[in-house]
Ligand binder design. Sequence first.
Ligand SMILES: [Zn+2]
Ligand SMILES: [Zn+2]
Length: 344
Amino acid sequence: MKALVKTQKGIGNIEIRDIPEPIPSSGEVKIKIAACGICGTDIHVKNDCFPYWPPVVLGHEFTGEIIETAKDCKTFKVGDKVVAEPHTKACGNCYLCRTGNIQICSAKRSPGWGIDGGMAEYICYPEKLLHKIPDSMTWEQAAVVEPTANIVTDLLERTGIQAGDFVVVQGPGPIGLIAAMAAKAVGARDVAIIGTPGDVELRFAKAKELGLNNLINIAETDPVKAIMDLTNGLGADVVVECSGAPKAIEMVPDFLKKMGKVCVVGLTGGKTVNINWDKFAFKVATVVFNLSTFYTSWDKAISLISSGRVPAEKLITHKEPLENWQKVFEDIEKLKALKAILIP
Ligand SMILES: [Zn+2]
Ligand SMILES: [Zn+2]
């Protein structure tokens, strides 16, 4: 079968290869991949700045239809359309696994970097990590369940956004825009999005299309003043930090409401942030760090997308056959793409 493979360590080293079709082991199903989203992780593996074990097929944001099941599979059957939690190889025995946190088990090796992923014609996958999607759901919608599940975990489940909250999103990439849509879907009073000049052409334009109108370009508008004006001088109830930019992070307590919450989603890539600790203390802030997805977030994400309340599929700007991967990866890195999916 055709697969997009990171062949060895180093920058680049990605090619389409013909590899043997996988055979389901005990507890696994074989899935015919219908689409696979490209995530920041895939770009990091390309650029050699994320752990991975080559040769490895890229991609963890896949969806498809089950075409075969191992004899001992109990839950899923041939014909089911599914999405998959990327928590493969979690040990099941450690403190984290035993407390229901398989997503951060240190033995976890996800598809796309730890084991062969979804940028291929087929994948064999443990049925215990699958979620069934409704027949009414399109493959485009299914392909954005994983990033949406991240926001459900981070913003809805862990940060505990409330109806009536004023929400600020920093960093309007796909995850930031999903956060903005999810905030609206659960009753946020309003949402403001902070970005840089590079965000204006594609990302702000998409935000407008989605009905998100408080768009703050830091090169033109002072974000602190703008947020204070929008909130009668009180500040934001919730700040969703998706930029990973130290300068943006340092500014957060200046427009956070007292008792406000900060939902940390973006990583800085190892850069140090000069936090004024006391500013957070005087705001009596709750800062919630996040990584990966809870089991419970997946069916909620499926419901939010399939009901149309979070139309995350509208972020898809590129839908290309696997062969065109190179151009699509380039467009993502040049900020010419928002969400991109590959069709094997
Ligand atoms: Zn992802
Ligand atoms: Zn474990």
